[in-house]
Design a protein around this ligand. Structure first.
Ligand code: GDP
Ligand code: IMO
Ligand code: MG
Length: 425
């Protein structure tokens, strides 16, 4: 049985958590393959709202097994908090959650390096979530990292101490002093390590490949978005992992020829949290209106999300890099009452019209060219059937489909699991 992927196609927060949760009943296993607690995946049902950072979004379904894959970086302190939060819901986590021994661990000093590095960059800061993501992946690729499998070894603390020493040296070289209480961070860290040890720590690549062989249905859950990919995103304003479909192979140990459907999730508009280029960003009252109605505030950091029009040049690029086979449009309900909607169909770069996502959108000034659409006034949040949606929204969706040449199979009209319209065609 092949495996399916679910990925965000913009700069994150597209609504991945909602859709993973909504489609989990179709799968036996949900596996996260990259990123760490920089992610905030929101799930709403039965009047409750949950935000997950490390744990896959299939956790609320009784029958699914959830895997934290080797490509993920884990902060034990945040992991412990998430587990505590979920324990209130009587979920049998011991049997439902499996963790790769190859996943790397975020140390307290990784978080201090992250904060020091950002502070020293001044205006050029990335806008990191300050969860220690970049420094942890640096130690992974630098071959210095500590992995989940290491914490079972009685002598692992020697390695911890020597890496910490190295980090403290590095921190002393930054020109900014960061006031983070290392003792407190370490206290929470070691409590988190004990919590991690109480779980099934496994060779998840073996488990997943055997599950594929046994005919189990697996969904790989992406974090962040394609435009934050370390290779293909708006570098250096990106995260430190491959958020695109290839990242699922390296982040889970599953071969490319086992991947079937690649579901791409995008908002009916665009948001970005943190610094970096954003060609269709709105700086006016429409941008504020979208932020207000869409509750566009970071699920991890609470920061305002920057809001703007849908960018089809960027979307087409993400679809190409990922090999997206089906699209899901999210948050179209947020656009209700906006009189006139703009969609970017090309850019002007150095006086020329370009239809591809260029290498340098960081230092070059890009101006978007827009196509205009008529908006709709109706509240669409209770609509269950696509035939009842306003014609203006259908026109908007049809145009996107024809532009990117990939079918939109799901329309999300609200944050709740149930506010999801599956299209008939
Ligand atoms: P993720 O990181 O991709 O999982 O997305 P986030 O959870 O960070 O951000 C998406 C936000 O939009 C969350 O607050 C969701 O509850 C909410 N959301 C998801 N889908 C919809 C939708 O169709 N309409 C509205 N209004 N909100 C949605
Ligand atoms: P989900 O999975 C939105 C952004 C940060 C910053 C940049 C680098 O919820 O979609 P990092 O902490 O990785 O060093 O930050 O990436 N970022 C996200 N933006 N959603 C996310 O995750 C993000 N994870 C990181 O704001 O600009
Ligand atoms: Mg999010």
């Amino acid at each position: 049985m092949p495996l399916d992927l679910l990925l965000g196609l913009q700069w994150g927060d597209e609504g991945k958590g909602k859709i993973v949760d909504a489609i989990t009943p179709d799968y036996d296993i949900i596996a996260r393959f990259q990123g760490g607690p920089n992610a905030g995946h929101t799930i709403e049902f039965d009047g409750h709202k949950h935000v997950l950072h490390t744990i896959p979004s299939g956790i609320f379904n009784k029958n699914s097994v959830n895997v934290i894959g080797n490509g993920v970086v884990i902060d034990p302190a945040i992991f412990l908090k998430e587990i505590d939060g979920l324990n209130k819901f009587n979920i049998d986590l011991t049997n439902k959650l499996l963790i790769s021994k190859r996943a790397h661990i975020i140390l307290p000093t990784h978080k201090i390096i992250d904060a020091s590095s950002e502070a020293s960059k001044g205006k050029k800061k990335i806008g990191s979530t300050l969860k220690g993501i970049g420094p942890t992946y640096m130690d992974k690729t630098g071959r210095n990292g500590i992995r989940v499998g290491d914490i079972i070894d009685a002598n692992w603390k020697d390695r911890y101490e020597s890496l910490k020493e190295k980090h403290l040296n590095l921190i002393s070289n930054f020109n900014k002093e960061i006031d983070l209480n290392l003792e407190l961070l370490e206290d929470q860290f070691f409590k988190g390590i004990e919590c991690l040890k109480s779980f099934n720590l496994i060779e998840s690549e073996n488990f997943l490949n055997q599950s594929i062989y046994q005919g189990k249905k697996i969904l790989a859950e992406g974090a962040q978005g394609s435009l934050l990919d370390i290779d293909f995103g708006t570098y250096p304003y990106v995260t430190s992992s491959n958020t695109t479909s290839a990242g699922a192979c390296s982040g889970l140990g599953v071969p490319p020829n086992k991947i079937k459907n690649i579901r791409g999730i995008f908002k009916a508009y665009t948001t970005r949290v943190g610094s970096g280029p954003f060609p269709t960003e709105l700086f006016d009252s429409t941008g504020e209106k979208i932020r207000e109605i869409g509750h566009e505030y970071g699920a991890t950091t609470g920061r305002d999300r920057r809001c703007g029009w849908l960018d089809l040049v960027a979307l087409k690029y993400s679809i190409q890099i990922n090999g997206v086979t089906e699209l899901n449009i999210m948050k179209s309900d947020v656009l209700s009452t906006i009189k006139e909607l703009l969609v970017c169909t090309s850019y002007n770069l150095d006086g020329e019209e370009v239809k591809f996502f260029p290498y340098d959108i960081v230092s070059k000034k890009i101006t978007p060219n827009y196509k205009e659409f008529k908006g709709w006034d109706e509240d669409i949040t209770q609509i269950k059937d696509e035939d009842d949606l306003p014609n203006e929204l259908i026109d908007y969706i049809n145009f996107i489909e024809s532009f990117v040449e990939v079918p939109i199979k799901l329309i999300s009209v609200g944050p709740d699991r149930k506010q999801t319209i599956i299209r008939k065609k």
